[in-house]
Design a protein around this ligand. Structure first.
Ligand SMILES: Cc1ncc(COP(=O)(O)O)c(C=O)c1O
Length: 386
């Protein structure tokens, strides 16, 4: 077999030298402080049973979708599920994508047109940035969660590009690597006042803050599009773009990551449906409460143990302990691993140099004891205690 070209080998070597070489490891039975399964839905057997029952009811039965949605893959259940999801999130329309990555890539590469402007938070997810890169619009990043910087970008955009360009402003309701949120009410007001269009990725807010922060804050009418992913708190796979019927039609006609791919299998659609049903049940509400309680307890432990200076402010399920340096961050992660805790290091180049961190993902199923023990170890390490 042909060897890897030398220039690719060189890039890998650079990663190895920077202690940033990525490898795949099998899922572990360690205490989970790393997955996006915030509510424990991915391990919930009842959701699997409901999905199987639903698949058995749906006609025709199919293992795979057999084609893209524009060809043979648009099972009748797609429409039913999209109607259900759009009404659940108080949106006029919904379009399901195969993943959140596909949804963002497709939206940002197809919707903003030549002459339009995209203003995006500097910490936006790779899928958003990749989509913007593929598209023909001009784009500028604004400082993380900074209303002031966004306001000056909006002003400058109108001045430089005239009154006419459509301006899209993109942010996340919970940032995946920091766990923090913008002041969405103020962001929405600023964007609407400036005649721009707001797009919010709710991947890490759905299920952590009810149906997502735009719903919870009653801001759904101020947003042009929302991206909700199903692979995180809902414990399954796929994503939906919520917006008006015109946007849905546009995406069906022009969004390449929607058009040129095989649709999701029926079983995945049924699992998404079951996860939503479970989310909206008494048990689902108990899970959401358990997660909220755990976040509160974890934050109280940070204070109790004097670790505030290392942890960023976050009220979400993502809590971030700044270590600095790939070596140091990896080291603490492996110390925790040896003690039975799965806490992932987030390294450069995923985050800027010096901002390397441990990212704690909290779950409804984490116990008080687990949270207490892991933070005791972090304290020992950070404060050099024996
Ligand atoms: C903010 C954000 N948006 C989109 C995605 C992509 O979603 P998916 O995993 O469904 O492709 C992620 C996943 O990590 C994310 O964190």
């Amino acid at each position: 077999m042909a060897k890897l070209p030398l220039n690719l080998e060189g890039k890998l070597e650079k990663r190895r030298k920077g202690n940033a070489f990525r490898t795949l490891s099998p899922i572990s039975d360690l205490v989970d402080f790393s997955s996006n399964d915030y509510l424990g839905f991915s391990r919930e057997k009842r959701i699997a049973e409901m999905a199987n029952e639903q698949v058995a009811r749906l006609q025709p039965f199919q293992n795979g979708a057999t084609g893209s949605r524009l060809l043979s893959g648009n099972h009748g259940f797609y429409g039913e599920l999209e109607d259900f999801i759009s009404s659940f999130h108080h949106s006029p329309a919904a379009l399901i994508f195969n993943s959140g990555y596909d949804a963002n890539l497709g939206f940002f590469s197809s919707v903003p047109q030549r002459g339009d402007i995209v203003l995006y938070d500097e910490y936006c997810h790779a899928s958003i940035r990749d989509g913007i890169k593929l598209g023909p619009s001009k784009s500028y990043k604004f400082k993380h969660n900074s209303l002031g910087d966004l306001a000056s970008h909006l002003k400058r955009s109108r001045k430089v590009h005239g009154e006419n360009p459509t301006i899209y402003v993109v942010t996340e309701s919970v940032f995946s690597m920091d766990g923090d949120s913008p002041n969405l009410a103020e962001f929405a007001a600023l964007v609407v006042d400036n005649g721009a269009l707001l797009v919010v990725d709710e991947a890490h807010a759905m299920g952590i803050y009810g149906k997502g922060l735009m719903n919870t804050l009653g801001l759904e009418d101020n947003v042009f599009a929302r991206i909700i992913t199903f692979g995180k708190a809902l414990g399954t796979h796929g994503a939906v773009i919520l917006g008006n019927p015109g946007l849905r039609d546009f995406l069906i006609n022009f969004c390449r990551s929607f058009i040129y791919t095989t649709a999701l299998p029926l079983h995945t659609l049924a699992t998404i449906w079951a996860a939503y049903r479970f989310f909206d049940s008494e048990q689902g509400r108990q899970r959401q409460q358990a997660l909220t309680d755990n976040i509160g307890y974890f934050k109280s432990l940070i204070v109790q143990k004097g670790l505030n200076m290392y942890f960023s402010e976050s009220s979400s399920a993502v809590q971030v302990c700044r270590i600095g340096g790939n070596d140091q961050t990896k080291k603490l992660s492996s110390v925790l691993k040896e003690a039975g805790f799965d806490v992932r290091p987030i390294l450069n180049p995923t985050v800027p140099q010096g901002e390397e961190r441990l990212r704690f993902c909290l779950h409804a199923f984490n116990t008080g004891n687990e949270m207490e023990s892991v933070l005791t170890m972090v304290k020992k390490h950070m404060l050099n205690e024996e």
